[in-house]
Design a protein around this ligand. Structure first.
Ligand SMILES: Cc1cc2nc3c(=O)[nH]c(=O)nc-3n(C[C@H](O)[C@H](O)[C@H](O)COP(=O)(O)OP(=O)(O)OC[C@H]3O[C@@H](n4cnc5c(N)ncnc54)[C@H](O)[C@@H]3O)c2cc1C
Length: 225
């Protein structure tokens, strides 16, 4: 997975929004320590959390599975724009076979350990489209599904229909915009050990790449068991 922070609003904007309530603009230090304290006090401690909605972050997230995407989409207080399979599946038509008729057993027999299996050219080519779970049986089943999908497309089946046999591990990407209040909720729910491993990775990565002066707003949400 690759995650990039495309843009974020400044802490000064949020402080200005808060200071609007009391018309205390003259006390601002333009996003400095005084403003940071104010945002934490009003937004978090006084539970005037709607003020945190003035802070927004836009991320470009790629190389995640559609399994993760489905969970990400449950977070209604965020805006996703997702790569469309209906428009982009044609990229698979240019590919040659991902299995060459080989079974998992044959692939395993060719190599002495799983690391070598994943380095096989067929697996490497498939990894452009699939997120590995780390369990060879599961991952090879995804490769077979990918190959079936490729054959459907080569057969001239429309993207609209062929997409129904996409494996959940199929890679996707999106631009995702979220405000600080909702991101606190996302990080709290999804960095927890009870969440899917892949979304845990995402939640922790999102925290990691936040601007360093914004991190203090999310430290209490992050679960680092
Ligand atoms: C460990 C884990 C397991 C899960 N398992 C399942 C599962 O098995 N099946 C399943 O369907 N989902 C499951 N979910 C998804 C979960 O139910 C939520 O849909 C998801 O986490 C989004 O959370 P949210 O509603 O707080 O976020 P958002 O949709 O971003 O909402 C943010 C906040 O806005 C408020 N809000 C939003 N919409 C409304 C509304 N309509 N009414 C009132 N307040 C609202 C709430 O305060 C909410 O917390 C799971 C989530 C986790 C973390």
């Amino acid at each position: 997975m690759k995650v990039e922070l495309l843009q974020h609003s400044s802490l000064a904007i949020c402080a200005t929004a808060i200071r609007t309530c009391w018309q205390s603009f003259d006390k601002s230090d333009n996003g400095g320590e005084k403003d940071k304290d104010l945002i934490d006090r009003v937004g978090n401690k006084f539970k005037h959390a709607s003020t945190l909605e003035h802070l927004t972050y836009t991320f470009y997230i790629s190389g995640i599975s559609r399994a993760l995407l489905q969970e990400l989409a449950r977070h209604r207080m965020a805006s996703p724009s997702v790569k469309s399979t209906r428009y982009t599946l044609k990229e698979l038509k240019e590919e040659t076979s991902f299995t060459n008729g080989m079974s998992m057993l044959e692939l395993k027999e060719k190599y002495s350990n799983p690391t070598e299996v994943y380095a096989d050219i067929h697996m490497v080519r498939a990894s452009k489209y699939l997120v590995w779970s780390g369990v060879l049986g599961v991952d090879f089943s995804s490769v077979v599904a990918l190959e079936n999908l490729r054959l459907m497309l080569v057969d001239g089946i429309s993207n609209d229909r062929a997409k129904y046999c996409l494996p959940e591990s199929y890679k996707t990407e999106l631009t995702w915009t979220i405000n600080a209040r909702s991101l606190q909720n996302f990080i709290a729910l999804r960095s927890s050990k009870s969440a899917l491993w892949e979304i845990q990775d995402l939640a922790k990565t999102l925290f990691k790449i936040l601007p360093s002066d914004h991190k203090y707003l999310f430290e209490n949400s992050l679960k680092e068991e």
